[in-house]
Design a protein around this ligand. Sequence first.
Ligand SMILES: *[C@@H]1O[C@H](CO)[C@@H](O)[C@H](O)[C@H]1NC(C)=O
Length: 159
Amino acid sequence: NIKVASHKISNLCVPPALLWVCDAVKFGQLCSGNPSNSRRTSDGWGQGHYGAGRGGRLHEGLDIKCSDGSTVFAPFDVTLNGKLTVYTDPSKAAINEGINLSGEGLCFKLFYVRPDRTSGRVRKGERIGTMLPMQRVYPGITSHVHVQMCDKSDPTRYF
Ligand SMILES: *[C@@H]1O[C@H](CO)[C@@H](O)[C@H](O)[C@H]1NC(C)=O
């Protein structure tokens, strides 16, 4: 009896399978020169982890090391959902670009990246843009891509 069989399969198998899919989402390499997605820890400008202090507010993303001018890659198959501006402050114009992305069920943003394109789909490991010249705005900082989930949740579990 088909009804009974599908009921059994659903009870026994679907919840663990869903958990496995959720846990398995990990970002692939984001930036040339940083194959392990190593993170910005601490420098004269602050710390790179989610929730770090930012002069009265909290850091809403996770900073992944990326030297100025590096190539930025799609961390998995992604859809490009448009360009972003990061700041209103004109003194930060040199790094005031980013991109909104989705893939693997996640919506996230990358800051300080000049996107090659702002719509369409890009395969994992293909280039999506270029790291902007962060040292010009924050001399001595650990240059980095800022990864922020669209819902402002903690992205650390995906790394
Ligand atoms: C990013 O893209 C998502 C999906 O299209 C959209 O819901 C969201 O409003 C966008 N966010 C920004 C800041 O553009």
